[in-house]
Design a protein around this ligand. Structure first.
Ligand code: GLV
Ligand code: MN
Ligand code: MN
Length: 413
C-alpha cells in the first residue's frame, strides 16, 4: 500500500493549519492548556473523526483517537501538539498528522487490523509552561509526579489549576496510565531536528536511543543597589555571578565529548538598567547519550556555581526540575521499522536522538520505536523548520509498512 503524494500534501497542509493556532500574533507558540492548544486539539480531533477514529481526551487532555481492530492489544502512534515559543510547524505536529494519514489510508483500503490503533496528540511535551517536559506522556505512562501539580507558571497559575481550567481533574490523572499488557508498542514519527539526514541526502532514519536530560533551575541571590553610587568592590551582583557561571557551562560542554549544555532561560530582578541585579534565575538543560557523563557534568556545574557564588558573596540554590535517563528504543520494533523503511525503497540509517520525545515516557509502559524524517539544515525549535513532501510520503509508506509487519506477526484474538 504505497501512500500517494496527495496524502503527504494533506499532512503538510494540516501542519500549516495547526501553525495558525498560536498564543501570539505573528509567531507560533502553543503551550500546555492554553486556548491555542485547545484550538489545535479541536482541529486534530475533527481530522481524527473524519478518518473514522473514536476520539476522547484523557485526564490531562491528551487527545486519543481509536481505531478498533480484531484483537485486544493496541499499537499507539503519535506525538505532541504543544510547541516551544516561536516554534517551527513540524516538531510534534508532523507525527500526529502522519499517524492520522495512516489511518485514513487503512480505512480507504478497508483494512481491519488484528490490533487496535490509538493515535495520540500529547498535550505537553516541550514543558515550556511548567518547566517539566512530557506532562502528557508522563500521565499516559504512569510517571506523572504529584508534586508537579504545585508548580506555578510565569503568571502564578499552578499546574493543578491549569489542568482544572482545561477541563481535567488533577486527582484523576493516575487513571490516565495505560496498562503495559494492553500495549503492543508506541511508534513516533518526528523530524530529525539535526543535520545528519540532510547531510546524507536521505529521507528517513530509525532511532536507536534518546539522550538523557537534566533540567535544573539555578538561582543567584546577591544584593540589589544603586548602579551609580555603589562602588564596584562592594557589589554582590547576581547577574555577574550568573554570567561567569554560564561561561563555565559552555566550556564544560565544549570539553566533554557528546555533552550539550544550554542556558536558555534567564530572569534578572529587579530588571532595570540603573539597578544592580539582586536576583537572577536561570534554567540549565544538560544532555548526553550516556547517563554517567551527564551526571558527572551536572555535579561539576553545581560545584562551580557554588564556588562562583562564594567568591562573589552571592547565594546559590540549585533545584533539579526534571531528570530523565537515556532511553533505548526497542530493538525488535526498531528492526521492524528499519525493514519497513527498506521495503519502502529507502536506506534506513540508525541515529541516536539528542532531542527528547514522548517515547521517553512511553517506554515505561510499551516498547518504543521512532522514525526520523529529514528536515532542512537540521533546523528545529525555530520558525525555519522545513520538510519535503516526498520525505513525508516516504514516512507514510514506512509507517504503514511497519503497521502491516506488526499485523503479519500478530494473531487475532
Ligand atoms: C524537546 O523538543 C526537547 O528535546 O527539548
Ligand atoms: Mn521540541
Ligand atoms: Mn518534539
Amino acid at each position: 500500500m504505497i501512500a500517494p503524494m496527495g496524502d503527504a500534501a494533506t499532512v503538510l497542509q494540516r501542519c500549516d493549519q495547526l501553525a495558525r493556532c498560536s498564543e501570539e500574533p505573528g509567531r507560533l507558540t502553543r503551550r500546555f492548556a492554553t486556548p491555542a492548544l485547545s484550538e489545535a486539539r479541536d482541529l486534530a480531533r475533527s481530522w481524527m473523526s473524519d478518518a473514522g477514529l473514536n476520539t476522547r481526551c484523557d485526564p490531562i487532555g491528551n487527545l486519543v483517537g481509536r481505531l478498533e481492530g480484531e484483537g485486544d492489544r493496541t499499537l499507539v502512534l503519535g506525538s505532541h501538539l504543544d510547541t516551544v515559543p516561536d516554534a517551527g510547524r513540524f516538531d510534534g505536529a508532523l507525527g500526529v498528522l502522519v499517524a492520522i494519514a495512516c489511518v485514513e489510508r487503512l480505512r480507504e483500503a478497508g483494512r481491519r487490523l488484528p490490533f487496535a490503533l490509538d493515535v495520540v496528540g500529547f498535550a505537553d511535551e516541550e514543558g515550556v509552561r511548567y518547566r517539566t517536559a512530557f506532562l502528557g506522556s508522563a500521565v499516559m505512562a504512569g510517571r506523572f509526579e504529584k508534586a508537579w501539580l504545585a508548580r506555578v507558571d510565569a503568571d502564578g497559575v499552578t499546574l493543578a489549576d491549569a489542568v482544572r481550567a482545561w477541563g481535567g481533574a488533577p486527582e484523576t490523572l493516575a487513571a490516565g496510565r495505560r496498562q503495559p499488557d494492553d500495549l503492543l508498542g508506541y511508534c513516533e514519527v518526528h523530524i530529525e531536528q539535526g543535520p545528519v539526514l540532510d547531510g546524507l541526502g536521505q529521507p528517513l532514519a530509525v532511532v536507536t536511543a534518546i539522550a538523557g536530560r537534566t533540567l535544573a533551575g539555578v538561582t543567584f541571590e546577591g544584593a540589589a543597589g544603586h548602579a551609580g553610587t555603589t562602588p564596584m568592590d562592594v557589589r554582590r551582583d547576581a547577574l555577574c555571578a550568573a554570567a561567569e557561571w554560564i561561561g563555565s557551562v559552555e566550556s564544560e560542554a565544549r570539553s566533554a565529548d557528546g555533552l550539550v549544555a544550554t542556558v536558555g532561560e534567564i530572569a534578572a530582578d529587579p530588571g532595570s538598567a540603573n539597578v544592580i541585579p539582586g536576583r537572577v534565575t536561570v534554567a540549565l538543560d544538560l544532555r548526553h547519550a550516556e547517563d554517567p557523563a551527564r551526571e558527572t557534568a551536572s555535579a561539576v556545574l553545581r560545584e562551580r556555581a557554588t564556588a562562583i557564588g562564594e567568591a562573589r558573596g552571592v547565594d546559590v540554590t540549585w533545584e533539579e526540575l526534571q531528570t530523565t535517563a537515556a532511553v533505548p528504543c526497542s530493538p525488535a520494533l526498531t528492526d521492524q521499522l528499519a525493514a519497513a523503511v527498506a521495503e519502502a525503497g529507502h536506506p534506513a540509517p540508525r541515529l541516536p536522538s539528542g532531542a527528547g520525545h514522548d517515547a521517553v515516557m512511553m517506554a515505561a509502559v510499551a516498547p518504543v520505536a521512532m522514525l526520523f524524517v529529514r528536515c532542512r539544515g537540521g533546523v528545529s525549535h525555530h520558525p525555519d523548520e522545513s520538510v519535503r513532501a516526498e520525505d513525508v510520503a516516504a514516512a507514510l509508506d514506512a509507517t504503514i509498512g511497519f503497521i502491516e509487519r506488526l499485523a503479519a506477526g500478530t494473531r487475532p484474538a
